[in-house]
Design a protein around this ligand. Structure first.
Ligand code: ADP
Ligand code: SF4
Ligand code: MG
Length: 336
């Protein structure tokens, strides 16, 4: 693993079975993630962007290994290397028991602060739960940590006795963040943490995450369906389309000089147009995203790509270096 990386995902593939007929046998499969490689550098925020259904949440769940243990019939392959104090470990190769040791180091924040918090538990119990599983803290130590965490996320220690429904969406997401931070993780996978919140609240939650990132020395994968959300906070951005990475590179490059036809289209759809792109043509994508059950052969984007050629059906394009640290999966574009 490269020195600066804390996490490396290699050729991750996740296929969900589709059952049919009266016997509910497997009749097809959904290639939700179709050979994704990613690197997360220590202390950075990596933005992972793409339209709904392209496989972002599945990557998050596969990386923290909940997919493997909660759904045994899902076909997962590839490697997820985590750098730990004792060396590197491929999380995907671990048993449920072996995974326990590492689970506290990598936590997830979920999109929906309404459904992701157990409504029958108090906020204190919700934040305490990971401490019960992943630490040896006694009751007093756990209570103290819950109170401390609540204050860290801008809530009050006294609120630990309340239930989730007593809080607003933004406050609930703060509770989700406190829960994720409870075990002192090194990595946070934030799955669209602000998509369900009012625009006025989104910036507050993003600012909080940035403050906590510095204080806790976190490396973050920040998932979003909209490039404008990740632009300001990501050192690097990876753009996904239909289970593959279309382009990845430094955040400002992706935003100002996108190379892949899909990223160009995604950017031209950003509501507040980037002034540097103002004079460029707006690219309107036609047609829906094909389903990952019927993925086009070759380049997954070819059915919507404005510059597609017949050869694009022949083979799946690989990520090629086009500019320094900037890759795109299309042989027909260049970084100039
Ligand atoms: N448990 C599941 N069973 C079957 N298909 C699933 C399951 N979870 C996700 N999918 C499918 O996998 C694809 C990727 O989903 P997801 O990772 O949730 O995308 P995103 O987070 O980018 O919106 C979608 O087509 C979705 O319908
Ligand atoms: S490989 Fe072909 S279809 Fe895919 S992005 Fe490039 S030009 Fe478009
Ligand atoms: Mg999702």
């Amino acid at each position: 693993m490269k020195q600066e990386n804390i996490l490396e995902v290699k050729n991750l593939k996740v296929k969900f079975p589709v059952a049919g007929g009266i016997l509910l046998r497997k009749v097809a499969e959904v290639k939700a993630v179709d050979g994704v490689s990613l690197e997360l550098r220590r202390g950075e925020t990596l933005g992972l962007v793409g339209e709904s259904g392209c496989g972002k949440s599945t990557i998050g769940k596969a990386v923290i290994n909940i997919l493997k243990f909660s759904s045994p019939d899902v076909d997962i392959s590839g490697e997820v290397w985590l750098k730990t104090e004792e060396g590197e470990v491929n999380l995907l190769s671990l048993s449920r028991n072996e995974m326990r040791k590492y689970r506290g180091q990598i936590q997830m924040i979920f999109q929906d602060p309404y459904s992701s918090l157990n409504s029958r538990m108090t906020v204190g119990q919700i934040i305490e739960e990971p401490l019960l599983y992943h630490t040896k803290m006694n009751k007093d130590e756990r209570n103290e940590r819950v109170a401390w965490l609540l204050e860290k996320v801008g809530l009050q220690a006294e609120q630990s006795k309340r239930y989730p429904h007593e809080f607003s969406g933004g406050q609930r997401q703060r509770i989700g963040i406190a829960r994720a931070l409870s075990t002192n993780p090194k990595i946070i996978i934030a799955d669209e943490p602000v998509s369900a919140l009012d625009v006025s609240i989104q910036a507050q939650v993003i600012n909080l995450m940035q403050e906590l990132q510095k204080e806790f020395d976190l490396s973050i994968v920040f998932i979003a369906h909209d490039l404008s959300v990740v632009e300001h906070i990501s050192s690097r951005i990876a753009v996904m389309y239909l289970g593959n990475i279309a382009e990845s590179g430094p955040g400002s490059d992706i935003y100002h000089k996108p190379i892949h036809p899909y990223s160009k289209a995604l950017l031209s759809a950003v509501p507040l147009p980037n002034p540097k792109l103002k004079n460029k043509e707006r690219i309107i994508l036609t047609g829906d995203v094909p389903t990952p059950m019927n993925k086009p052969s070759g380049c997954g984007f070819r059915t919507r790509c404005p510059i597609a050629k017949p050869e694009c059906a022949d083979s799946v394009p690989v990520l090629e270096l086009k500019l320094p640290d900037h890759y795109a999966a299309c042989p027909y574009v260049s970084g100039n």
